[in-house]
Design a protein around this ligand. Sequence first.
Ligand code: SF4
Length: 469
Amino acid sequence: MPVASIYIETHGCQMNEADSQYIADRAASAGYAVAERAEDANVVILNTCTVRDNAERRAYGRMGHFKSLKKAHPALKLVVTGCLAEQDRDRMQRIAPHVDAVFGTSELAQLGDAITRWREEFAATEVSEELALRIPIGGSPDCVAGAFSPLRGFVTVQRGCSYYCTFCIVPHVRGRFDHRPMNDVLSEAQQRISEGAREIMLVGQTVNAYRDPANGDDFGALCSSVAQIPGLERLAFISPHPKDFTREMLRELSQIPQLNPRIHLPVQSASDPMLRRMNRKYTFGQFMERVEWIREFFPQAAITTDFIVGFPSETERDFQATLDCVRTGLFANAYMFIYSKRSGTPAAHWEQVEPAVASERHARLAEAQNAVARAYHEGKIGKQFRALVQGVSKKDRSKLAAKTLDNVTAIVPQPPDYDERLYALEPWLDVRVDSAHVWGCSGTIVGRARRFPDRGLAVKPALINLLTA
Ligand code: SF4
């Protein structure tokens, strides 16, 4: 059968990344290759996000870009999935009639069936080089099978969320909690490990609220079971909810030697009136109690967080509480967002904070948190860390990007023996940190290893490092 190819573009969170991985797997089983450019594909998948207004606008913008491609190449199947597809299905079919199919987040299996069916329809690749050159569509492809892509295995443990934070669209578009049977999670994790995954990332909207539908086993039990899979080197998860961490669960997690020392604990605000209005289901005091438990069981762990600034009715005093919390240096890193109104959520109807005020607060918070993040990274200077290679740095093709166990980006010059296949086989880099930045660290590779527990083999530094040493 002639080659057919699929292009996948993913916007949004790790849930969407995991869903795109599922789509890529289904496509590969049906005989598709993954294309690096939409112009080269028979099927284009746009996996959308709607968590903020600009994500939504970007998705409609991309649909507009793909229109010209569809016009020039009518046999192309253009598919939209993800949260925006779930939320805006009718509107999308009205204002983007060139989209061939819309699949909500609960219809991934049907999406997989459709691309399998279409595979039969495609004759030889119909997209000419000429067409590709005339219509540069741009965008970043996902799930392109690079040498490093199997190293991290995303495994979805749960879909949806039942917590209804007043700012969040997720429960409205992804529905309430739907936990996967633990056995399914374990066999997928096992599969990823057999394909070369050095790290398994368990993904869920509120991952630590997980309950096995068969017997109610919780997230601690799930992680302990994943840790028993032979060959598992590292384990990580995203994104937990502070409310669902019990002391017992954290104690259980601390017994897992492969668990990465980074816990993401989204606080959103340090003001109780704000937390109440956000329906976060914890007070700031209860949040700090979880921090204490983490400190007790994971004394070396990096705690990272999310903030929303300018939530409806946020006063300067509320904001000051958040700023004071950041200035304590608690968070190694943070995602900081200005509140974005999502229609269909309660907070969209409330009195909004002036955009200029929200922006000014965001700038003050970012300045404070960036100083903390830089200081955290400075603490690594002169020390050596093991980090999992991610690939060639997007900003500088002569360098490699890697992630330390506490999720810090490390950028290192490619050593003289660099070879993609070799480094995919021996992907653990021993990195000596030379300098620190807000975004992470720069350093030098001094060793590399095939498996995480292995002793690193010495690596000669790049010439540029020798010159600057
Ligand atoms: S916990 Fe809140 S913010 Fe997180 S997905 Fe659920 S509703 Fe959204």
